[in-house]
Design a protein around this ligand. Structure first.
Ligand code: IPT
Length: 972
């Protein structure tokens, strides 16, 4: 075991020196503050060994240095490069030692105090506050050393009152990329050193608040709130809205409206001490674990959550206020009600926004030692007494900073640290300080230190068992009984990497079935793709890293530029807090309110009656203010009289009745479609007698059948009504998704690799016969890869009537297929001019068998370009589900129409699947001279096995006999 004594400060495991004890954060007060954000001077050294501290002297000449915006990460500001690893430490693991190559940024800023800054003679103090510096800082003011600290995403303050002068102050900060603290910060994200959050100078008048703690609880039995505010020094607390005017330390109980994520009622007030007035925003709520369930204000809550890292594609973890707000607005607009601060406390302003807009928050400590897993957790800092002071320091800095936010309902000790005494010490300290929030930690299956049973990425079947409290027992009966009595959450599930995640609906059903299963947090909110000059958005390996984990860092529901991905649209639909069901032909409707607190009075309901995607009639639907957890039975209106023929559907939607702080009136919350009659799809009647295949002009080598022209020798279709075409022919390949490729620890599910190994990307089409008969042209083939006896017999039977050409495909597998197929359908090429698509079927967005909840039947149109989903690493994307017919048109509006029987999966792109498969980044995809269509009878599910379970069996595309058909005609 290494001796920790005598190491330089950046390798010191103790919490540092010089910084003040942590305290509650406030965004404002009447005390003066001065932001030191701005342009600083900066010098980067390759090592930390420099003994030269002359730069800290005020008179040091830094004119030759670069300028650097603070806050920021120097590796995103032209100095060095970012690096991505998931669990691997990017340096030799020898805690607490770090490499000699330890990039070190010296920072300087000179500043004057504003003219109205209180003079030192007026008493009080001033604090210098850092909200976040990665990973270790040493600080000097006016040549005087203030101290050193670690704990990158935690605040640190120094007392500087005695050192300030009216003009010419010089703040010097030396930041090391690596420190002992780096061993505690092995989160799955970019390594981004720098002063990345605000730096502020705070005046502290005599008698100012050193710290304060708001205790505001709610008793649902009598609707009362109880408030006590502890403050040091004491003072008075006023909340005019409640007529409260009490001394600090005094308790008052009175009727209040509670705070919840759904109804985030905050009472504005003020804490006044002799030296300071601090605005308060108080939310009354009580969080308990009772009867094995997590309850807020007496009711079970259900997390519809996401894991959020702080991320911006240009500025990394420096995230400005408007971006924070944008994140939360997008969450609220997508029915998300909870956020886990993975895996560190965010910028403090984010939490105030959560209070205001209404989100349940898990605040997680800046602690992860994941890289020790590969060492069998040998020397894990969380199980080593010498690190306990540092761990406690981290817990204290989180809890003290954030304790006054009603939105925080759980404290989390950290992420992926294995188990150990350090965690127990943290939990013990937190319990002694704040009894109002249960404790979360996922990494210890025994739940020794926690009040919640939490897991990541379990399969649906296991969640079902846990929901029944019938999970496999722990060896220790006492611990087992403890755990079995706890509520259960998925702190991570549904890995949103690339196309996906699949299987959300099935999880949601479990959460709605078992009281113990209180929802989960999708991994994760946003792709961490960093703006890259060549690649658009770069991922691991794009910045010259020696070790990296590729695009595993791009696994969010938002693309790096914060455009919602189809996964977010799907999640919104799956977690919608209103369930609309019914029997269209019978005209009955059942509306269930799945909110936890809100009734339905804030929503307006509307219906529409559509035939083949065209709205024939619509109107409002009167729905009573159904209480949470309750349902109402309603009648649909009488179907409108119409002579329009075709498939008829009811669409019922719940929208916001009024504007909210996060969306406009009319914003859609929930919807459903119900077939209006039992007829279903109406097939177009034959219009003309059947045509027969005809030989083309002598020497042309062609066959004609209705509007189709075929190569007589190969049976290949070459034209439809004058439009040159390539194919259609059988296609089973898709550019493997991240989920297809799966995770290394689940080799039997890595279908992307298994398919490639089998050769599904290099299928050969053997021609076995071209058989024109009186009524049809039949082309028989066998489609198979080299080196195996597996194959698919594919027969294409062509018929025509009038201007319509029909294709019936019949597929028969041969050999023992032991894995599912990626897709099953035909691929067809059209000239590039056919760049506009219209379809009647599922839309407007992408859908796959287990990601199709948000796909609704309608008449949609898009350019082919806009049909693409720009996953940071290109992969299969863009399919539309349940398509009855599609038209591809040129700019004059003419083109090809395809009707499917049964409905099909429709995909169109300007590159081949092979090109999509070969691309590493979106700019690699270049439009060619063909629009490629995939008309699929079936697709394999998506699953979430890039980190989690695969597609459920019901979403597997198993090789089996299949028949499907298409009708081609010219579109006008
Ligand atoms: C889990 C981590 O907690 C999270 O930070 C992230 O890495 C996620 O996986 C995958 O993207 S840990 C995993 C080994 C289950």
């Amino acid at each position: 075991m290494i001796d920790f004594a005598g190491l330089p400060y950046y390798e010191d495991v103790s919490p540092g020196s010089g910084a003040l004890p942590p305290r509650a954060w406030t965004s404002t007060s009447d005390a003066r503050r001065l932001s030191l954000n701005g342009t600083w001077r900066f010098r980067l050294s390759p090592t930390a060994t420099t003994e030269d501290e002359s730069f800290a002297r005020p008179e040091f000449d830094d004119h030759g240095w670069d300028e650097l915006p603070v806050p920021g990460h120097w590796v995103l500001q032209g100095h060095g490069a970012p690096a991505y690893t998931n669990t691997l430490y990017p340096f030799p693991v020898d805690p607490p030692r770090v490499p000699t190559e330890n990039p070190t940024g010296d920072h300087r800023i000179a500043f004057d105090l504003p003219g109205d800054w209180p003079a030192a003679a007026s008493g009080g103090d001033a604090l210098l506050r850092f909200e976040g510096v990665e990973s270790c800082a040493r600080v000097w003011l006016n040549g005087q050393e203030l101290g050193v600290f670690q704990g990158s995403r935690l605040p640190h303050e120094f007392s500087v009152g005695g050192l300030l002068r009216p003009e010419g102050n010089v703040l010097a900060v030396r930041v090391h990329q690596w420190s002992a603290g780096s061993y505690l910060e092995d989160q799955d994200q970019w390594w981004l050193p720098g002063i990345f959050r605000d730096v502020t100078l705070l005046h502290r008048p005599e008698g100012a608040v050193r710290d304060f703690f708001v205790h505001a609880s709610y008793d649902h039995r009598d609707g009362s709130g109880t408030l006590r505010v502890d403050s040091e020094p004491g003072g008075r607390v006023t909340l005019p809205g409640l007529g409260i005017d009490i001394a600090t330390g005094e308790t008052v109980t009175l009727p209040v409206e509670p705070w919840s994520a759904e109804l985030p009622r905050l009472y504005e007030g003020e804490l006044v001490t002799e030296g300071e007035r601090i605005p308060l925003r108080i939310g009354f709520r009580t969080v308990v674990v009772e009867d094995g369930v997590l309850k807020v204000n007496g009711r079970r809550i259900l997390f519809r959550g996401v894991n959020r890292h702080e991320f911006h594609p240009e500025t990394g973890r420096t995230v400005d206020l408007s971006t924070m707000r944008q994140d939360l607005l997008l969450m609220k607009q997508h029915n998300i009600n909870a956020v886990r601060n993975s895996h560190y406390p965010p910028h403090p302003a984010f939490l105030s926004l959560c209070d205001e807009l209404g989100l349940w928050v898990i605040d997680e400590c800046d602690l992860e030692t994941h890289g020790f897993v590969d060492l069998g957790w040998r020397d894990n800092p969380v199980d080593d007494d010498r690190w306990i002071p540092a761990l406690l320091d981290r817990a204290e800095r989180m809890v003290e900073r954030d304790k006054n936010h009603p939105s925080i309902v759980l404290w989390s000790l950290g992420n992926e640290c294995g188990t150990g005494r350090g965690l127990t010490a943290m939990a013990h300290w937190i319990r002694g300080r704040d009894t109002s929030r249960p404790i979360h930690y996922e990494g210890d299956p025994s739940c020794t230190d926690t009040d919640i049973y939490s897991r990541m990425y379990p399969e649906h079947a296991e969640v079902d068992l846990i929901g029944r409290r019938a999970e496999a027992p722990l060896d220790d009966p006492e611990l087992d009984a403890h755990r079995r009595a706890l509520p259960f959450i998925l702190c991570e599930y549904a890995h949103a990497m690339g196309n996906g995640p699949g299987g959300l609906s099935e999880y949601q059903r479990l959460f709605e079935t078992h009281a113990r299963c209180q929802g989960g947090f999708v991994w994760e909110w946003i792709d961490h793709g960093i703006a890259h000059p060549e690649h658009g958005h770069g991922y691991g390996g794009d910045f010259g890293e020696e070790l990296h984990d590729g695009n595993f860092v791009c696994d969010g529901l938002l693309f790096p530029d914060r455009t919602p991905s189809p996964g977010l649209t799907e999640y919104k639909k799956v977690v919608e807090p209103v369930r609309i069901e019914g029997d269209g032909p019978a005209g009955t409707l059942r509306i269930t309110n799945t909110h936890d607190f809100a009734d339905l009075s804030h929503l307006a309901f509307v219906w529409s009656y559509e035939i083949e995607g065209l709205t024939v009639a619509d109107g409002p639907l009167s729905v009573p203010p159904v209480a949470p957890g309750e349902s109402a039975e309603l009648k649909l209106p009488e179907p409108p009289a119409t002579d329009r023929a075709g498939e008829a559907l009811w669409t019922v939607r719940a929208v916001l009745g009024q504007e909210t702080p996060w969306a406009k009136a009319g914003h859609e919350i929930a919807w459903a479609q119900l077939p209006a009659d039992t007829r279903g799809q109406v097939s177009r009647p034959r219009t003309a007698p059947a045509a027969r295949p005809q030989r083309g002009p002598a020497g042309s080598g062609t066959l004609a059948l209705g509007p189709g022209v075929f190569d007589a020798a190969s049976g290949a279709l070459t034209r439809i009504g004058g439009i040159p075409v390539t194919g259609p022919r059988l296609d089973v390949w898709r550019a493997p998704t991240d989920n297809d490729n799966g995770a290394p620890w689940q080799p039997d599910r890595r279908y992307g690799l298994i398919w490639r190994e089998l050769g599904l990307h290099r299928m050969r089409h053997r021609l076995d016969g071209v058989e024109p008969t009186d009524e049809a042209l039949t082309v028989r083939t066998r489609v198979a890869p080299a080196a195996t006896d597996l194959g698919l017999r594919a027969d294409y039977r062509w018929t025509a009537d009038g201007d319509r050409l029909h294709l019936a495909v019949s597929v028969t597998p041969e050999g023992a297929w032991s894995c599912p197929l990626p897709r099953l359908g035909v691929r067809l090429g059209l000239p590039a001019a056919y760049g506009r698509a219209e379809w009647y079927g599922g839309g407007p967005g992408e859908a796959y068998p287990d990601t199709r909840a948000a796909s609704r039947i309608g008449l949609w149109s898009s350019t082919v370009d806009a049909l693409q989903t720009p996953y940071v690493r290109p992969q299969e994307n863009g399919a539309r589900a349940d398509v009855r017919w599609a038209r591809l048109k040129d700019e004059h509006g003419s083109g090809l129409r395809i009707d499917g029987e049964p409905a099909f999966w429709f995909t169109a792109r300007r590159w081949t699947t092979e090109q999509l498969d070969a691309a590493g980044h979106t700019p690699d995809l270049r439009a060619g001279d063909t629009v490629w269509l995939n008309l699929d009878h079936a697709q394999h599910g998506i699953g979430t096995q890039s980190c989690g379970p695969g597609a459920l069996p019901q979403h597997h595309l198993d090789a089996g006999p299949a028949e499907f058909s298409f009708t081609f005609s010219l579109a006008r």
